[in-house]
Design a protein around this ligand. Sequence first.
Ligand code: AN7
Length: 338
Amino acid sequence: MNGLIARWHRRLPVTARTPIVTLGEGNTPLVQADRVAKAAGLPPASVFLKIEGANPTGSFKDRGMTLAISKALEAGATGVLCASTGNTSASAAAYAARAGLRCVVFLPKGKVAAGKLSQAVMHGAEIVEVAGNFDQALVMAGEAAKTKGFALVNSSNPFRIEGQKTAAFEILEQLGRAPDNHFIPVGNAGNITAYWKGYKESGTAPRMFGWQAAGAAPLVSGTPVTNPTTLATAIRIGRPVSWDGAIAARDESGGMIGKVTDADILAAYRFLASREGVFCEPSSAASVAGLLKLGRTGKAPSGISVCVLTGNGLKDPGITARFTPKIRRVKAGGKIRL
Ligand code: AN7
């Protein structure tokens, strides 16, 4: 069997009796990005992109979800439940469908990208649209999970973090050494917490650079944000669950958590697609936007940097529609000068 539980079972909380639910997640590409390096004022072979959008449902969430759903099944749960800005619900819906479990998702109204919503629909999740933001939906999901006895598969579930940490193991294998710096978008802060755990368990300690959207940057300001705003809807989160994990990763590694504007995010998103051939979603581009922001003041850190691209660009066609393409129109068989 493939998938990350099979690959890393010795370092994960599973036994021979755990029923493994997998879609072959993990083992995603690590791609050298010399144009990003140059734009940040760094030499070739110093920036690498971890393409997590290559996971089965198109985002990094599959790493934690294979373990969370397997453990829910092992514990005899009849259903799973989550709140989500989109990717968690897409992943939970897919793995629950495969496990034969009910899946209920609480989604903030009007703020979930079309591709993610279509995944939840097609995988048969029961959708609850909350007239509010993600933070409010998460409180409701937690209460509903208790009432129903369903497993909550948000990143407050420790199995999510355990599965997710395998991405750090992979990076160490792919690079053949630890990166010096690790750049990552931060929303609910489960992912930065998990990478830091994975690096530490491997005896390594890259500097962790987390990036929030400027309109949703509670970890930068130090206080929760009541009405988070950003076009990067995946990270439109004002009260991160893994707050302490993110701060520990920052402080123990000697890193930082900064913010990037929506304009920075869109510029990085476009740069990655048009100059590196890598199409990620806007939230994912926050990691590279952060590196480029440091580069603008000559402060991009030296050594090897890995930037995590958390989700696939195809998830969010609404954002792509903001970029007006130059299209030439012609009759079939007509002449066109190129
Ligand atoms: C593409 O799906 O919170 O800091 O509910 O989808 O671990 O929360 C998504 C988060 C970054 C932030 N990039 O990761 C959800 C959800 C993408 C994301 C993040 C998310 P965390």
